[in-house]
Design a protein around this ligand. Structure first.
Ligand code: AMP
Ligand code: ZN
Length: 432
């Protein structure tokens, strides 16, 4: 049993009181770090100044650049001998930053993950295959300890070695998997290759998918192929890793654990706070971390709070699936486009396979978007008219959504690069 009912269904008033108490402790710890000591001094703030949650607004936001500049120990708030582990972000947007944990930090994080998986329906009798990298990346170890805490049997398979993954699922009756969504789609081709139908030949019931943006359409494809429920899992190393926010069985937004984080949504241009329901950048403050507390951290992830209560009874608010990072946005011929918009459209079109790659090129003063799309093998046999007609459909569908006309190249399954980690969807060759 891992249903922390008292805390998960706590009244909003009690939750706010708990947040304030924890915020006060967090600021007291945070000022032990060189970065926050300097920041508080510069602003004339003292840790006991925080009499209400509104006072949080007096603290300037912390950014990834701050973490880079203070690399490696500038945010450390406890003596180094208290640290038992470090992790690092995947570094897709510059120098990888590092996060340090005390044993108590790891215990809270593990607890959050156990809570998440229980919320989605995983239980002690489940067999959990963790197909995520076990290394500096937080996805592998984070889920591993959470699943053990829940009491499930963990298969620490890590990513890759696709045929062996399928074999493990069959040999040990795996019921739950943790997998990057783009890899889950890639794996569908391997299932077909080895002639295993996950619906009939495995006991899979659920997947936890996250670590990269993905659309509802991509989730549906995964659910249909595997015959399972796929739950969105969101987190970032700076906030410990996965386990920050997770879907319950209602699958309508991800509960964000507000006993562990204070959540703000702000306008990314003006930094003004936005009300529930409006999309902006997620800003978070840790409430349970000692080794490296973070105050008002700008995640760069764009989402909104879903207004209203969740039928599951949990009172922690829900965020909508992440639209993308503000720095993922492509600007082409004056139009703002997120890769997830393209993914969403592509996944709706029958015949389109699981992988695609967007390339941006500059020709003179013109920017072009070239999208390479994998399509099902049957389109390359016999009459090529079907292929051309699919190409035209894709162009028209995309044009109606992103308002520019991309060039579309259709390619055979498995011909585009795949990674075991987060998919790289965009190659921007426009840099002069
Ligand atoms: P890292 O700390 O390197 O693991 O990367 C964290 C980042 O991955 C987040 O800031 C998001 O941009 C992205 N991310 C993680 N989980 C999700 C998810 N479920 N949906 C969309 N993006 C995600
Ligand atoms: Zn719920």
């Amino acid at each position: 049993m891992f249903w922390e009912k008292d805390i998960e269904t706590i009244s909003r008033d009690q939750l706010k009181a708990l947040q304030l108490e924890r915020l006060q402790k967090t600021t007291e710890t945070a000022v032990n770090s060189p970065f926050y000591r300097q920041l508080f001094k510069g602003k004339g703030l003292a840790p006991h100044d925080f009499k209400s949650l509104d006072d949080l607004q007096r603290i300037p936001m912390t950014t990834k650049d701050d973490l880079r500049e203070e690399w490696p120990y500038g945010f450390l708030a406890v003596p180094k001998e208290e640290i038992v582990r470090m992790h690092s972000s995947s570094g897709t947007t510059g120098r990888a930053i590092v996060i340090f944990h005390t044993q108590s930090d790891l215990d809270s994080w593990t607890n959050q993950l156990a809570r998440c998986m229980y919320m989605a329906g995983m239980r002690k009798m489940d067999v959990f295959q963790n197909m995520m990298t076990y290394a500096l990346f937080t996805g592998g170890l984070g889920f591993h300890y959470g699943a053990e805490k829940l009491g499930a049997m963990v298969i620490p398979s890590g990513p890759g070695n696709s045929k062996r993954q399928i074999q493990l699922m069959q040999d040990f009756d795996t019921t739950a998997i943790h997998i990057i969504p783009s890899y889950a789609l890639h794996l569908t081709q391997v299932f077909e290759e080895v002639g295993v139908d996950p619906k009939k030949d495995t006991r899979l019931k659920m997947a936890f998918i996250g670590a990269e943006p993905h659309s509802e359409q991509m989730r549906e494809r995964i659910e249909d192929f595997y015959g399972i429920k796929a739950f969105n899992s969101y987190g970032l190393s700076e906030m410990s890793g996965p386990g920050v926010s997770f879907e319950c069985t209602c699958q309508n937004g991800m509960h964000i654990w507000e006993d562990a984080y204070i959540v703000e949504i702000v306008n990314p241009d003006t930094m003004e706070p936005l009300p529930d329901g409006e999309t902006g950048e997620l800003v978070m403050t840790t409430l349970c971390r000692q080794g490296m507390p973070m105050l008002r951290y700008r995640t760069k992830d764009l989402t909104r709070i879903i207004p209203g209560d969740c039928p599951c009874g949990r009172t922690h608010r829900r965020i909508e699936r992440i639209k993308g990072r503000s720095d993922d946005m492509m600007i082409l011929k004056g139009v703002n486009i997120f890769p997830i918009q393209i993914e969403k459209k592509l996944m709706e079109i029958p015949g389109v396979g699981g992988n695609f790659l967007i390339m941006l090129e500059r020709k003179g003063f013109n920017d072009d978007m070239i999208i390479k799309v994998e399509v099902e093998r049957e389109y390359f046999t016999g009459d090529l008219k079907k292929l051309e007609s699919l190409r035209k459909t894709i162009i028209n569908e995309l044009k109606s959504d992103i308002l520019i006309t991309p060039h579309v190249d259709l390619v055979e399954p498995n011909s585009l690069p795949t990674t075991e980690g987060k998919a790289k969807r965009v190659i921007d060759n426009r840099k002069d």
